[in-house]
Design a protein around this ligand. Structure first.
Ligand code: P5A
Length: 445
């Protein structure tokens, strides 16, 4: 992409309405624009990162054996009356009437709809286990939409649903999700800690939230600092392996880590004092096991091995895809702007031409652009006739992890400069070396 043709409406001033850094930076970097309270348009740069995050979620879900599908955003109220949640959901549900005066709603979650699909098409235990998921817009009429995409009213969520014959199988699905979520967040450069939580309107007893520690987080959390030493890394996982998933789940959930809803002071006090932490966190996902809550209410049964009908055991699992942009920025920024982790960066490398119009500098930039593109990487080339200072400020604000600076003076010595956004370190090298270096970095990312 060439900056001269890009739609990147960066703001020079800090927007007054933004109370936290991620919201401020998303507005300033021209990623989103509020359309009404808690509802945003995703401008090209923001949309690009949203898609990157979505891609990682899809990949990791499918590695775990889950099947993508898509359900509508507007649903009939009838199914929700069957489960009893039409009244329970309260004012958070956006209720709509169609021209025939029928009650419709904008989906805040999809347990009912997926259970209806399941009961219409699955009748035998032989078709289990089954896990379906979608990435789709949701609407919750939050009392206090705030912090930009962090607490929106319209937001993008990955929601998955498992159907199993027994509780034991459903708990394996739970563990499998926990493991695949750990991997998903790590690929985005995030440490998200599973914490025992409350299930709220989704229901069930077993539930974990995934929290990214950040001062601006809305949840108060209590944990044993030893949980922050755990990393998933690149272990080989067989998602069908019940024992392996169980043991990873235990590794990550045995130490004390709870949100304030389930916090137990007496248990917390058993953690050695020097490891007890109270902090704030951003909830980027939650997994649930709720047994037969929906299958009983909606009569979702299969024929068991003995020929008798049994209600299926279910769980659901959510990732806040749009919220993740905010969480990543909260975890990775400095006073100049965003610092994208390599896994989700909108463009892999920025090219800054210090002297647009200089024949040699232009040619060197074009060559770099061509080579990155040929290597399957996406460069963002600042080809505007602007001062170098302004170009650097924009690059720092939008936060690409790597920048190549090209100017006539360096080119006289055959070199350009490769700069890391994170460390600020710059190294001179030939353009060919710079391409090779950046290619290497992303091959390993
Ligand atoms: C699990 C999937 C559910 O809705 N039903 C289907 C279950 N869980 S949840 O915890 O309520 O939501 C899942 C994740 O969605 C994100 N989220 C939000 N993101 C932005 N703005 C909001 N208003 C909002 N509400 C929920 C969170 O990341 C949450 O973990």
């Amino acid at each position: 992409m060439r900056m001269s043709r890009y739609f990147l409406p960066v703001l020079k001033e800090d927007p007054a309405e933004a109370a936290i850094v991620s919201h401020r930076l998303m507005l300033r970097a021209g990623m989103i624009k509020q359309s009404s309270a808690g509802i945003y348009s995703w401008l090209p740069m923001g949309y690009k990162v949203l898609r990157k995050i979505e891609d990682i979620v899809h990949e990791e879900q499918q590695k775990a054996g889950h099947m993508p599908m898509l359900m509508p955003t507007i649903q009939s109220a009838d199914l929700w009356r069957e489960s009893g949640r039409y009244d329970d959901y309260g004012e958070e549900m956006l209720r709509i009437k169609d021209r025939h005066d029928r009650d419709m709603l904008f989906t805040p979650t999809a347990e009912e709809l997926i259970t209806d699909i399941f009961r219409s098409h699955v009748s035998s235990y032989k078709d289990l286990p089954l896990t379906l998921y979608q990435i789709q817009w949701k609407f919750r009429d939050e009392r206090r939409p705030r912090f930009g995409v962090m607490r929106g009213r319209e937001f993008y969520m990955k929601d998955g649903y498992n159907f199993d014959l027994t509780k034991e199988d459903a708990l394996h699905a739970y563990n499998r999700h926990l493991v695949s979520y750990l991997r998903t967040y790590e690929r985005m450069g995030l440490q998200a800690i599973p914490m025992r939580a409350d299930s709220g309107p989704i229901g069930g007893d077993d539930t974990h939230e995934f929290l990214v520690l950040a001062d601006t987080g809305e949840s108060e959390v209590f944990y044993d600092s030893a949980v922050t030493d755990l990393t998933f890394g690149d272990r080989e996982i067989d998602f069908d392996d019940v024992d392996q998933c169980q043991s990873i789940m235990e590794e990550f959930t045995t130490k004390y880590a709870r949100t304030d809803e389930t916090h137990d002071e007496a248990l917390f006090n058993e953690v050695p004092e020097e490891r007890r932490r109270t902090a704030r966190g951003i909830e980027v996902g939650q997994i649930f096991y709720f047994g037969t809550k929906y299958s009983d209410a909606m009569n979702a049964k299969v024929q068991g091995p003995d020929g008798k009908p049994v209600a299926v055991h279910m769980g659901s699992h959510g990732i806040g895809v749009s919220r993740l942009l905010g969480a990543i920025i909260e975890a990775s920024h400095d006073d100049k702007g965003i610092i994208w982790p390599e896994g989700v960066t909108p463009y892999h490398v920025g090219i800054v031409n210090l002297k647009q119009g200089d024949e040699e500098a232009d040619a060197a930039c074009e060559q770099l652009y061509k080579e990155f593109t040929a290597a399957g990487l996406e460069p963002l080339y600042d080809d505007r006739k602007e001062r170098a200072g302004g170009k650097f400020a924009t690059m720092d604000l939008i936060g690409l992890p790597w920048r190549i600076t090209v100017g006539p003076r360096g080119l006289k010595n055959g070199v350009v400069e490769l700069t890391s956004r994170k460390t600020g370190e710059s190294t001179e090298m030939t353009p060919a070396e710079a391409v090779a270096r950046v290619k290497d970095i992303y091959a390993g990312a």
